[in-house]
Design a protein around this ligand. Structure first.
Ligand SMILES: [Zn+2]
Length: 391
Protein backbone atom coordinates (compact mmCIF):
# COMPACT_ATOMS: atom_id res chain seq x y z
CA UNK A 1 0.00 0.00 0.00
CA UNK A 2 1.43 3.40 -0.96
CA UNK A 3 0.81 6.51 1.11
CA UNK A 4 -0.73 9.54 -0.55
CA UNK A 5 1.38 12.69 -0.57
CA UNK A 6 -0.16 16.15 -0.35
CA UNK A 7 1.62 19.38 -1.24
CA UNK A 8 0.41 22.52 0.52
CA UNK A 9 1.45 25.46 -1.64
CA UNK A 10 1.10 29.24 -1.83
CA UNK A 11 2.26 29.86 1.76
CA UNK A 12 3.77 33.36 2.12
CA UNK A 13 5.42 32.58 5.47
CA UNK A 14 6.04 29.19 7.06
CA UNK A 15 7.35 28.63 10.60
CA UNK A 16 9.40 25.41 10.80
CA UNK A 17 11.05 25.97 14.23
CA UNK A 18 14.25 24.60 12.72
CA UNK A 19 16.94 27.28 12.20
CA UNK A 20 18.65 24.97 9.68
CA UNK A 21 15.63 25.22 7.37
CA UNK A 22 15.08 28.98 7.33
CA UNK A 23 15.63 32.36 8.88
CA UNK A 24 16.13 32.98 12.60
CA UNK A 25 15.15 30.78 15.57
CA UNK A 26 11.76 30.10 13.93
CA UNK A 27 13.43 28.78 10.76
CA UNK A 28 11.08 30.98 8.74
CA UNK A 29 10.66 30.14 5.03
CA UNK A 30 9.01 32.69 2.70
CA UNK A 31 7.01 31.68 -0.40
CA UNK A 32 7.01 28.18 1.00
CA UNK A 33 5.44 24.81 0.40
CA UNK A 34 5.34 21.62 2.40
CA UNK A 35 4.60 18.05 1.50
CA UNK A 36 2.76 15.70 3.84
CA UNK A 37 3.05 11.94 3.54
CA UNK A 38 0.57 10.03 5.63
CA UNK A 39 0.84 11.29 9.20
CA UNK A 40 4.21 13.00 8.81
CA UNK A 41 5.91 15.92 7.10
CA UNK A 42 7.96 14.67 4.14
CA UNK A 43 9.43 17.91 2.80
CA UNK A 44 9.55 21.67 3.66
CA UNK A 45 11.13 24.51 1.72
CA UNK A 46 10.75 27.21 -0.95
CA UNK A 47 7.75 26.54 -3.22
CA UNK A 48 9.96 26.79 -6.31
CA UNK A 49 11.86 23.67 -5.21
CA UNK A 50 8.88 21.59 -4.03
CA UNK A 51 8.80 17.98 -5.24
CA UNK A 52 5.77 16.51 -7.04
CA UNK A 53 2.94 15.21 -4.85
CA UNK A 54 -0.20 13.17 -5.50
CA UNK A 55 -2.49 16.00 -4.39
CA UNK A 56 -2.16 19.75 -4.03
CA UNK A 57 -3.85 22.07 -1.54
CA UNK A 58 -3.69 25.82 -2.25
CA UNK A 59 -3.17 27.77 1.00
CA UNK A 60 -4.24 30.92 -0.87
CA UNK A 61 -1.70 33.21 0.71
CA UNK A 62 -2.21 32.10 4.31
CA UNK A 63 0.73 31.74 6.72
CA UNK A 64 1.49 28.28 8.13
CA UNK A 65 2.67 27.40 11.63
CA UNK A 66 3.18 24.15 13.55
CA UNK A 67 0.03 23.14 15.44
CA UNK A 68 0.04 24.51 18.98
CA UNK A 69 1.24 22.22 21.76
CA UNK A 70 -0.89 23.04 24.81
CA UNK A 71 1.12 21.36 27.56
CA UNK A 72 -1.11 22.35 30.49
CA UNK A 73 -4.89 22.00 30.80
CA UNK A 74 -7.46 20.65 33.27
CA UNK A 75 -10.32 19.38 31.12
CA UNK A 76 -11.69 16.54 33.26
CA UNK A 77 -14.26 18.56 35.15
CA UNK A 78 -17.96 19.27 35.48
CA UNK A 79 -19.84 22.33 36.65
CA UNK A 80 -19.49 26.04 36.20
CA UNK A 81 -17.79 28.81 38.17
CA UNK A 82 -19.28 31.90 36.55
CA UNK A 83 -20.36 33.28 39.94
CA UNK A 84 -16.85 32.99 41.32
CA UNK A 85 -15.43 34.79 38.26
CA UNK A 86 -18.01 37.52 38.67
CA UNK A 87 -17.18 37.91 42.36
CA UNK A 88 -13.48 38.10 41.55
CA UNK A 89 -14.05 40.82 38.98
CA UNK A 90 -15.91 42.66 41.75
CA UNK A 91 -12.75 42.51 43.85
CA UNK A 92 -12.60 39.19 45.71
CA UNK A 93 -9.13 37.56 45.44
CA UNK A 94 -8.37 34.12 43.96
CA UNK A 95 -7.51 31.34 46.42
CA UNK A 96 -6.61 27.70 45.85
CA UNK A 97 -9.79 26.59 47.71
CA UNK A 98 -12.16 27.44 44.83
CA UNK A 99 -11.16 24.08 43.37
CA UNK A 100 -13.51 22.42 45.90
CA UNK A 101 -16.56 23.70 43.98
CA UNK A 102 -15.42 21.84 40.86
CA UNK A 103 -14.53 18.73 42.88
CA UNK A 104 -18.13 18.44 44.12
CA UNK A 105 -19.56 18.87 40.59
CA UNK A 106 -17.06 16.45 39.04
CA UNK A 107 -17.72 13.71 41.57
CA UNK A 108 -21.47 14.05 40.91
CA UNK A 109 -21.06 13.82 37.11
CA UNK A 110 -21.51 10.59 35.15
CA UNK A 111 -18.72 9.14 33.01
CA UNK A 112 -20.69 10.18 29.93
CA UNK A 113 -20.90 13.76 31.15
CA UNK A 114 -17.14 13.95 31.76
CA UNK A 115 -16.46 12.36 28.40
CA UNK A 116 -18.75 14.83 26.63
CA UNK A 117 -17.12 17.76 28.39
CA UNK A 118 -13.54 16.80 27.52
CA UNK A 119 -14.57 16.03 23.94
CA UNK A 120 -16.19 19.46 23.65
CA UNK A 121 -13.20 21.45 24.91
CA UNK A 122 -10.63 19.42 22.97
CA UNK A 123 -12.62 20.04 19.79
CA UNK A 124 -12.84 23.73 20.64
CA UNK A 125 -9.04 23.84 21.10
CA UNK A 126 -8.35 21.82 17.94
CA UNK A 127 -10.37 24.25 15.82
CA UNK A 128 -8.17 27.03 17.23
CA UNK A 129 -5.02 25.25 16.10
CA UNK A 130 -4.07 23.11 19.12
CA UNK A 131 -3.01 19.71 17.81
CA UNK A 132 -1.28 18.29 20.93
CA UNK A 133 -2.97 18.46 24.31
CA UNK A 134 -1.91 17.59 27.82
CA UNK A 135 -4.67 17.24 30.39
CA UNK A 136 -4.95 16.31 34.05
CA UNK A 137 -7.06 14.76 36.75
CA UNK A 138 -7.39 16.73 39.98
CA UNK A 139 -11.11 17.29 40.49
CA UNK A 140 -11.89 13.83 41.86
CA UNK A 141 -9.49 13.49 44.80
CA UNK A 142 -10.62 9.95 45.63
CA UNK A 143 -8.98 6.83 44.21
CA UNK A 144 -12.07 6.03 42.17
CA UNK A 145 -12.70 9.54 40.86
CA UNK A 146 -9.07 10.27 39.98
CA UNK A 147 -8.57 6.98 38.14
CA UNK A 148 -11.82 7.40 36.24
CA UNK A 149 -10.78 10.91 35.10
CA UNK A 150 -7.44 9.55 33.83
CA UNK A 151 -9.09 6.61 32.07
CA UNK A 152 -11.35 9.03 30.20
CA UNK A 153 -8.47 11.43 29.44
CA UNK A 154 -6.32 8.61 28.04
CA UNK A 155 -8.94 7.99 25.33
CA UNK A 156 -8.19 11.47 23.98
CA UNK A 157 -4.45 12.09 24.44
CA UNK A 158 -1.17 10.38 25.30
CA UNK A 159 -0.24 13.32 27.53
CA UNK A 160 -2.17 12.48 30.69
CA UNK A 161 -1.17 13.79 34.10
CA UNK A 162 -2.11 12.44 37.53
CA UNK A 163 -2.87 15.47 39.74
CA UNK A 164 -4.37 13.80 42.82
CA UNK A 165 -2.36 16.45 44.70
CA UNK A 166 -4.35 19.41 43.36
CA UNK A 167 -5.62 20.30 46.85
CA UNK A 168 -6.06 18.21 49.99
CA UNK A 169 -9.35 16.38 49.53
CA UNK A 170 -12.19 18.02 51.49
CA UNK A 171 -12.83 14.54 52.95
CA UNK A 172 -9.45 14.70 54.74
CA UNK A 173 -9.16 18.44 55.26
CA UNK A 174 -8.22 17.92 58.93
CA UNK A 175 -5.55 15.34 58.13
CA UNK A 176 -3.34 16.39 55.19
CA UNK A 177 -0.78 13.68 56.06
CA UNK A 178 -3.44 11.01 55.58
CA UNK A 179 -4.31 12.51 52.20
CA UNK A 180 -0.64 12.52 51.10
CA UNK A 181 -0.47 8.85 52.18
CA UNK A 182 -3.53 8.11 50.03
CA UNK A 183 -2.13 9.98 47.00
CA UNK A 184 1.25 8.22 47.26
CA UNK A 185 -0.32 4.83 47.99
CA UNK A 186 -3.60 3.37 46.82
CA UNK A 187 -4.55 6.31 44.58
CA UNK A 188 -1.19 6.31 42.78
CA UNK A 189 -1.39 2.53 42.25
CA UNK A 190 -4.81 2.93 40.60
CA UNK A 191 -3.84 5.97 38.54
CA UNK A 192 -0.30 5.24 37.33
CA UNK A 193 -1.35 2.80 34.58
CA UNK A 194 -3.43 5.55 32.89
CA UNK A 195 -0.94 8.44 33.10
CA UNK A 196 2.45 9.56 31.79
CA UNK A 197 3.04 12.38 34.29
CA UNK A 198 2.64 13.16 38.00
CA UNK A 199 1.96 16.74 39.12
CA UNK A 200 1.52 18.62 42.43
CA UNK A 201 0.07 22.05 43.19
CA UNK A 202 2.94 23.25 45.38
CA UNK A 203 1.45 26.35 47.02
CA UNK A 204 0.23 27.78 50.33
CA UNK A 205 -3.23 26.29 50.83
CA UNK A 206 -2.33 23.24 48.71
CA UNK A 207 0.90 21.22 49.29
CA UNK A 208 4.20 22.35 50.83
CA UNK A 209 7.66 21.42 49.53
CA UNK A 210 8.07 18.27 51.64
CA UNK A 211 4.63 16.95 50.73
CA UNK A 212 5.24 17.76 47.06
CA UNK A 213 8.61 15.98 47.10
CA UNK A 214 7.05 12.87 48.66
CA UNK A 215 4.28 12.78 46.03
CA UNK A 216 6.53 13.39 43.02
CA UNK A 217 9.11 10.87 44.25
CA UNK A 218 6.43 8.23 44.76
CA UNK A 219 5.11 8.95 41.26
CA UNK A 220 8.60 8.59 39.79
CA UNK A 221 8.97 5.21 41.47
CA UNK A 222 5.80 4.12 39.62
CA UNK A 223 7.21 5.24 36.27
CA UNK A 224 5.52 8.66 36.07
CA UNK A 225 7.60 11.69 35.19
CA UNK A 226 7.18 14.87 37.30
CA UNK A 227 5.83 18.31 36.42
CA UNK A 228 4.94 20.89 39.07
CA UNK A 229 2.44 23.71 39.59
CA UNK A 230 5.07 26.06 41.02
CA UNK A 231 5.30 29.62 42.33
CA UNK A 232 1.91 30.75 41.03
CA UNK A 233 0.39 32.68 43.91
CA UNK A 234 3.49 33.27 46.03
CA UNK A 235 7.23 32.62 46.33
CA UNK A 236 7.92 29.05 47.39
CA UNK A 237 9.89 25.85 46.92
CA UNK A 238 8.08 24.57 43.78
CA UNK A 239 10.56 25.67 41.13
CA UNK A 240 13.63 24.44 43.02
CA UNK A 241 11.90 21.13 43.65
CA UNK A 242 10.99 20.81 39.96
CA UNK A 243 14.63 21.34 38.98
CA UNK A 244 15.91 19.00 41.71
CA UNK A 245 13.65 16.19 40.43
CA UNK A 246 14.32 16.95 36.74
CA UNK A 247 10.65 17.75 36.16
CA UNK A 248 9.84 18.33 32.50
CA UNK A 249 8.19 21.60 33.45
CA UNK A 250 7.61 24.07 36.26
CA UNK A 251 4.25 25.61 35.50
CA UNK A 252 3.13 29.21 36.28
CA UNK A 253 6.49 30.64 37.52
CA UNK A 254 4.87 33.96 38.44
CA UNK A 255 6.79 34.65 41.66
CA UNK A 256 10.47 33.84 41.10
CA UNK A 257 13.61 34.76 43.02
CA UNK A 258 16.88 35.25 41.13
CA UNK A 259 17.92 31.80 42.38
CA UNK A 260 14.74 30.29 40.89
CA UNK A 261 15.45 31.90 37.52
CA UNK A 262 19.07 30.67 37.62
CA UNK A 263 17.96 27.16 38.54
CA UNK A 264 15.55 27.03 35.58
CA UNK A 265 18.13 28.46 33.18
CA UNK A 266 20.65 25.80 34.15
CA UNK A 267 18.29 22.84 33.98
CA UNK A 268 16.28 20.73 31.58
CA UNK A 269 13.08 21.99 33.23
CA UNK A 270 10.94 24.24 31.04
CA UNK A 271 9.25 27.31 32.56
CA UNK A 272 5.64 27.05 31.37
CA UNK A 273 3.83 30.37 31.59
CA UNK A 274 0.03 30.44 31.73
CA UNK A 275 -1.12 34.02 31.22
CA UNK A 276 -4.78 33.01 31.01
CA UNK A 277 -4.58 32.48 34.78
CA UNK A 278 -3.19 35.93 35.51
CA UNK A 279 -5.76 37.43 33.16
CA UNK A 280 -8.69 35.62 34.80
CA UNK A 281 -7.53 36.22 38.36
CA UNK A 282 -6.37 39.78 37.65
CA UNK A 283 -2.96 38.91 39.04
CA UNK A 284 0.59 40.05 38.38
CA UNK A 285 2.01 38.75 35.06
CA UNK A 286 4.92 36.28 35.01
CA UNK A 287 8.07 37.94 33.66
CA UNK A 288 8.88 36.03 30.50
CA UNK A 289 11.59 38.52 29.50
CA UNK A 290 13.56 37.84 32.68
CA UNK A 291 13.44 34.07 32.07
CA UNK A 292 14.38 34.35 28.40
CA UNK A 293 17.25 36.76 29.08
CA UNK A 294 18.61 34.32 31.68
CA UNK A 295 18.53 31.51 29.10
CA UNK A 296 15.57 29.49 30.39
CA UNK A 297 13.35 27.58 27.98
CA UNK A 298 9.84 29.07 28.07
CA UNK A 299 6.55 27.44 27.04
CA UNK A 300 3.15 29.13 26.78
CA UNK A 301 -0.05 27.21 27.52
CA UNK A 302 -3.68 27.87 28.37
CA UNK A 303 -4.13 26.20 31.81
CA UNK A 304 -7.70 25.74 30.54
CA UNK A 305 -9.83 25.04 33.64
CA UNK A 306 -13.20 26.24 34.89
CA UNK A 307 -11.85 28.23 37.86
CA UNK A 308 -8.79 30.32 37.14
CA UNK A 309 -8.34 30.29 33.34
CA UNK A 310 -11.34 29.26 31.28
CA UNK A 311 -9.80 29.75 27.85
CA UNK A 312 -8.80 27.09 25.34
CA UNK A 313 -7.27 29.69 23.04
CA UNK A 314 -3.49 29.58 22.57
CA UNK A 315 -3.64 32.64 20.25
CA UNK A 316 -5.17 34.61 23.14
CA UNK A 317 -2.28 33.54 25.41
CA UNK A 318 0.22 34.56 22.73
CA UNK A 319 -1.35 38.01 22.53
CA UNK A 320 -1.18 38.42 26.33
CA UNK A 321 2.43 37.23 26.45
CA UNK A 322 3.48 39.74 23.81
CA UNK A 323 1.51 42.64 25.23
CA UNK A 324 2.20 42.13 28.93
CA UNK A 325 5.03 39.67 29.53
CA UNK A 326 7.83 41.10 27.43
CA UNK A 327 7.88 38.43 24.72
CA UNK A 328 8.33 39.21 21.05
CA UNK A 329 5.76 37.71 18.64
CA UNK A 330 8.46 35.27 17.44
CA UNK A 331 9.32 34.17 20.99
CA UNK A 332 5.65 33.70 21.90
CA UNK A 333 4.96 31.60 18.80
CA UNK A 334 8.00 29.44 19.53
CA UNK A 335 6.94 29.03 23.18
CA UNK A 336 3.42 27.91 22.17
CA UNK A 337 4.72 25.30 19.71
CA UNK A 338 8.31 24.09 20.22
CA UNK A 339 8.26 25.30 23.84
CA UNK A 340 5.15 23.27 24.61
CA UNK A 341 6.76 20.25 22.96
CA UNK A 342 9.88 20.71 25.14
CA UNK A 343 7.63 20.88 28.22
CA UNK A 344 6.32 17.45 27.21
CA UNK A 345 9.79 16.23 26.22
CA UNK A 346 8.61 15.66 22.66
CA UNK A 347 10.54 16.28 19.44
CA UNK A 348 7.96 14.92 16.99
CA UNK A 349 5.53 17.85 17.46
CA UNK A 350 5.86 21.65 17.69
CA UNK A 351 7.91 21.83 14.48
CA UNK A 352 7.38 21.42 10.75
CA UNK A 353 10.44 19.49 9.66
CA UNK A 354 10.85 16.29 7.64
CA UNK A 355 9.82 13.37 9.85
CA UNK A 356 7.79 15.46 12.30
CA UNK A 357 4.09 14.80 12.79
CA UNK A 358 2.01 16.55 10.13
CA UNK A 359 0.29 18.90 12.60
CA UNK A 360 -0.15 22.45 11.33
CA UNK A 361 -2.40 25.47 11.23
CA UNK A 362 -3.05 27.98 8.47
CA UNK A 363 -3.74 31.59 9.47
CA UNK A 364 -5.89 34.13 7.67
CA UNK A 365 -2.84 36.40 7.77
CA UNK A 366 0.44 36.92 5.92
CA UNK A 367 2.52 35.87 8.96
CA UNK A 368 2.36 34.46 12.49
CA UNK A 369 2.96 37.97 13.90
CA UNK A 370 -0.73 38.68 13.32
CA UNK A 371 -1.60 36.33 16.21
CA UNK A 372 -0.46 39.11 18.56
CA UNK A 373 -1.06 42.05 16.21
CA UNK A 374 -4.76 41.12 15.75
CA UNK A 375 -5.77 39.89 19.24
CA UNK A 376 -9.14 38.21 19.64
CA UNK A 377 -9.58 37.65 15.90
CA UNK A 378 -10.14 34.00 14.89
CA UNK A 379 -7.25 33.79 12.42
CA UNK A 380 -6.80 30.01 12.45
CA UNK A 381 -8.66 28.90 9.34
CA UNK A 382 -7.12 25.54 8.51
CA UNK A 383 -5.87 22.74 10.78
CA UNK A 384 -4.16 19.43 9.94
CA UNK A 385 -3.61 16.81 12.60
CA UNK A 386 -1.59 13.68 11.86
CA UNK A 387 -1.81 14.57 8.19
CA UNK A 388 -5.61 14.82 8.16
CA UNK A 389 -7.34 18.13 7.55
CA UNK A 390 -9.73 18.62 10.48
CA UNK A 391 -10.65 22.19 9.65
ZN1 LIG B 1 -2.98 24.18 36.20
Amino acid sequence: MTTTTTAITNIPSLVTNDPALGEGPLGLVEDAALVLEGETVAWVGPAAKAPQADETYDAEGRAAIPGFVDSHSHLLFAGDRTKEFNARMEGRPYEAGGIRTTVAATRAATDAELEANVTHYLREALLQGTTTFETKSGYGLTTEDESRALRIAARHTDEVTFLGAHIVSPDLADDPAAYVALVTGEMLDACAPHARWVDVFCEKGAFDGDQARAILTAGKAKGLHPRVHANQLSYGPGVQLAVELDAASADHCTHLTDADVDALANSGTVATLLPGAEFSTRAEWPDARRLLDAGATVALSTDCNPGSSFTSSVPFCIALAVRDMGMTPDEALWAATAGGAAALRRTDVGRLTPGARADLALLDAPSHVHLAYRPGVPLVSGVWRRGTRVR
